[in-house]
Design a protein around this ligand. Sequence first.
Ligand code: C2E
Ligand code: CA
Ligand code: CA
Length: 554
Amino acid sequence: MKTALSFEWIERHYNSIKSSAILMIILSIPAVYGLVYLTGGANAYSHSMYAPILFAGFVFGIKGGVIVGVIAGVTLGPFMPIDTVTMEPQQAVNWIYRSGFFVIIGFLSGAASDSTRRYMKHVKWLTQHDAVSGLSNRSALIDSLKTLKHGRHTKGAGTLAVISIENVLELETAFGPDVTGEAVMQLATGIGGLLGDKAEVYRISTYHIAVLFFVKEQGIESLHTLLEEEFRRPVSFKGIPLHADIRVGYADVSKPRQEPGQYLREAETALRAASERTHPWVVFGPELDSTSARENLELLGELMEAVNRKQLALHYQPKVSLSSGAVLGVEALMRWTHPKLGNVPPGKFIPRAEQSTLIDMLTEWAIDTALAQLVEWKKSGIVLSVAVNISTRNLLQPDFAVKVLKLLDRHKVKGASLELEVTEWALMKDLRYASANMAQLTNAGIFFSIDDFGTGYASLQYLKDFPASSIKIDQVFIRRICERKRPELIVASSVDLAHGLEMEAVAEGVEDIASYKLLCGLGCDIAQGYFISRPAPAPEFAEWYKKSGGMFKA
Ligand code: C2E
Ligand code: CA
Ligand code: CA
């Protein structure tokens, strides 16, 4: 900020300005005397005293202005004759009047300077502090980190922590926006109280605190242990103790870095990792380095080309009826053969593609390719339906249904031969478009299934709200179904639930005969998994299908 800069300039040169003010004041009195004696008269030159008085007021404030005003009044008063030849003294009223004026001018210039200085100080304070909490802000932290870089920090900082209150939105929704400020203040005060001058606390954004620790010898782990109690302490808001979910990212600041912002970026990267994981705190390490951001971008750039370069393919995994063994359909799973990286699993590139509009292109490509495959298989007597995985984001595109219907039309495939598997139902925030798309698609006979049922984003609520025709019970329950009682009970209940809602229950990740048999016994409708077949390229799948005659025998 320009004001702060000019203030800084004045601050930096304050001692020189002060010295020149004193010098000017000292020199100006004999100078005025000299002029009076040289020219033989007093009145004309006494006005030159205004300059040092104004200057003194500017530099030393009210006190300085008034003192120099008085000195000037006295020295240019009774001791100075009106005529230096006759040495006739001035009239008292003359110099008293002039002295009064000097004092008033000194006072006014001092007052103006004092208030300007106060204002500038406030402006500077604002650039370095959070106006609401009074804590030092991000820019102050960067300044502190700069001094670390230059090795000027006397205290020798060891660690930087960026602390976030993760459940701030929930707290604000429940208790209003004031709760955030209160929580931040209590946390900052707690840490400050605990560590005293061994730490500096900053508020770097609405719900992020940064702490610069000056405890080098203590490892980050023991530092965190020390703070943990503070983190666990409830936030008291209007007398009610509230739980704050604290996450911390740590960075080592004892090693020199290229630029001060890097320490902060490292701690913030670690914080992001802590937010994504179940572990509440993470120390920055090279594995978290921002190269992953670069890698992401590179990979996305290459993914854009992958379709044109025919590096993408769909592999097909059969879905089998548990009651009859009939192969009912296939799930299409995307594979990417990267020229350098080899086989990139979908778990690596789909979530990244979902962060960009690339996912729309990929889904369109997948549906197009899967439908073309159905047509080709049909020609050779293999009549199946295909399930394609789609992203929630696809359903939020206003024209998604239209595009899918166009593809069905182009391949002359009936809607009933296509199934769309959706995982993250909970992310369907804008229900307007999602519902419109789903209505259009289900009207065309397309089926929906709730993928990964029982985990994270797919919950009971979506069974109630969305027109799905099957639920796919997540692999984690199926894989342990024979080992423990609980997964079996969960699967059994999920099957009942599906049937109660007139849906089909699909078990995915069936890896052995025991699980297959158990699922049969539980009344599960469809099975899918390595035990039946691994996902395979289209020709391989066709071979498998033909060999089995479309019937799987366990
Ligand atoms: P998903 O939809 O749950 O797919 C099932 C995953 O489990 C597939 O992994 C499949 O290869 C694997 N699998 C199948 N049977 C077994 C088994 O018996 N044991 C074990 N351990 N695994 C089994 P894959 O192909 O790596 O796909 C991972 C995820 O990537 C999929 O999970 C799906 O969410 C996503 N995905 C794959 N293809 C696409 C696509 O074309 N579009 C979108 N949006 N997502 C896709
Ligand atoms: Ca799936
Ligand atoms: Ca799944």
